[in-house]
Design a binder for this molecule. Sequence first.
Ligand SMILES: Cc1cc2nc3c(=O)[nH]c(=O)nc-3n(C[C@H](O)[C@H](O)[C@H](O)COP(=O)(O)OP(=O)(O)OC[C@H]3O[C@@H](n4cnc5c(N)ncnc54)[C@H](O)[C@@H]3O)c2cc1C
Length: 469
Amino acid sequence: MTILQSPLPKADALQAIRQRCGAAALVAPADAAGRRISPGGDLLAAVPLLRPAGTDEVAFMVRQVQAAGGALVPLGGASGLAGGLKPVTGQEWYLSLERMRAIEEIDPVSRIVVVQAGVVLQTLQDAVAEQGLLFAVDLGARGSATVGGLVATNAGGERVLRFGMMREQVLGLEVVLADGTVLDLMDRVLKNNAGFDLKQLFIGSEGTLGIVTRAVLRLRSAFAGHDAAFLSLRSLADLPRVLTRLEAGLGGTLSAFELMWPEFLQTMTEGAGAQHRMPLGPGAAGYLLVEAEGGNPETDATRFMAVLEQLLEDGVIADAAVAQSEAERRAFWALRNDIARLILTWSPLVAFDVSVPIAQMSSYVDDTRAALCLRWPLARLLVFGHVADNNLHLVVTLGADTAAQSTAVGDVVYAGVRARRGSISAEHGIGLDKRDALAISRPQEVMALMRQLKRWLDPRALLNPGKVI
Ligand SMILES: Cc1cc2nc3c(=O)[nH]c(=O)nc-3n(C[C@H](O)[C@H](O)[C@H](O)COP(=O)(O)OP(=O)(O)OC[C@H]3O[C@@H](n4cnc5c(N)ncnc54)[C@H](O)[C@@H]3O)c2cc1C
């Protein structure tokens, strides 16, 4: 790597950036202060905010900040849930991709879209839908999450069981390295075994190895219809059986399988300000929101109903409520995705995003709840998750003690994850919030290689320092 040696005063770096890229490329610290850098409400301090209009400007800025001995945090839609944008030293500058929002090309034959990294997920979904195409990753933060952030966190979301995570959607990437080198990895083909697949290194690297500036993403045919239902379970031990039966019966069209523990539905449907209706009666061990998406609305709906009827008849599920309209389907999803209500009702809280094998989820949650309540009798635990892809989200509150005890709570939550060979981060990444727990999921030899890679690609810790490792 070529690194400039003589330190440049920071003011000179800013001046050079203004001269080369124009006034719109710089937001003064006073104006940047107060910008949101997390869904939880963390705000940017008074630091310089860079706003490049293209890849060449990103590369120029990176070189200038490198020469000034500074640090840069790549900033997308600030919807990340792992503290990946929080400052560590207080000296970081931020680089926002908000002026790089071009959808450069949609190719319906190759079924690819070429975008700049600042494109917002919802904008991308809407643009490809106009051409009868689908971008398969979908998640509750679709209105703010950007392609760069989705790639950097290897986001998952609601259709992972069918289409995989972000990693499976990326055919090509353009990345600016810490020395300003622009890596052209913009492949447009599904098959490419020409040497190491370097783009994979940057997917999920959370802004620590390079800045994602453009991407080639895979598209699918849009669905003609969606069938959604809420199901209630007698026992969580039935979970693997329900999933297997749905997958087999729906002929590959099952695309969502979301599990909610009873506390989750109570939070959404009871108490002051609750805006959602309970789709099924109380008393179940757990509730599932399942969705099948296919190409023939009539036959798909008939098959969906037949599979559910058989599950009811066989006693595998206790009850089912099928969405009778698009409005009802949206209401089901609104209930599942009302994270704002969850935060409001449960704060102060500490949240976890873990993976465990499906067959062990029920025992994992029971053991974790028992261990939490043994140590903190007032502990409350709420669980929900995408589940079919092994993912559970846990929310714990101890009341006023929550923040002070968050590390100890993490120890309890992660003990069961480690015992089951799961992961401490299923889809949100490590960022700053989970950094100290990384060794639970990664052996020391793997951690050492990660550190070596970081040192080799970014010897002066320019890019998002202090995150991940
Ligand atoms: C209501 C809600 C629901 C959510 N649901 C899900 C879900 O179901 N599944 C899921 O996986 N996530 C979910 N998330 C988390 C979040 O949406 C994802 O992490 C998203 O991918 C972050 O994108 P962003 O543009 O907001 O990134 P930011 O929050 O801005 O940044 C996240 C990280 O990526 C880095 N980064 C951003 N842009 C770039 C770039 N161009 N190059 C290099 N690094 C970059 C940042 O430095 C930071 O470390 C949810 C969040 C909310 C608020």
